[in-house]
Design a protein around this ligand. Sequence first.
Ligand code: FPP
Length: 229
Amino acid sequence: MQDLKIPAHIAFIMDGNGRWAKRRLMPRKYGHKMGVEALKRVIAACEKLGIKEVSFYALSTENWSRPKDEIDALLAMIKKFADEEMKEYVDKNYRIRFMGELHRLPQETQNALESIARAAENNTGIVVNIGINYGGRDEIARAAQKAAESGLPVTEEAINANLDTAGMSDPDVIVRCAGEKRLSNFMLWQCAYSEFVLIDDFWPDFNEQTVLRIISEYSGRERRFGGLK
Ligand code: FPP
């Protein structure tokens, strides 16, 4: 059997919640609800398998154009996730971080997320990084602006140090699901050398077996980071 190479960091673009629900003649919101269940399964599986960091795209800067009731449902799920699971994660020594501009969220959600991130700041377990109101271009522009304001040269290191992910490792693998093959403005800077793994399943069907498939595909890749064989 192939030796498994465990990636240190996997980034997931969660997709297909709506189509998953539609196939079951259910509203899109139900797909997102089941998407949250998949998120919990995947975090637990990654932790169990020894992955050190995981990143997820929960809400993009472009998602606000969706119907209001869908956005409200997503925001309510994020708040519930913060009040329930994230608190448990903090107790389990997980480090929780956010990417994106939280200021567009309802004030109480912002407060809840900021207090979780603070409480988990010194935790040493798996890092769970969630993109909320996140856009890769927006993140790079903000980081470049901050680097320029420091008065020092705007180098790659300076941008890195000002990204929402400052101090984190770059993803080894980026996973897109539901038959899509795009980056959709997710972690544009950080994914420069990430291995793409495409999974046809809709996000609500993800589980530990899916994570094992991802690891198995990654294990067969040869990474050269632009160098020679
Ligand atoms: C994509 O499916 C998924 C999203 C836009 C949101 C992902 C959010 C969650 C899983 C739940 C909330 C997150 C947290 C952190 C609690 P889609 O709606 O684009 O599906 P489709 O492509 O089939 O229409």
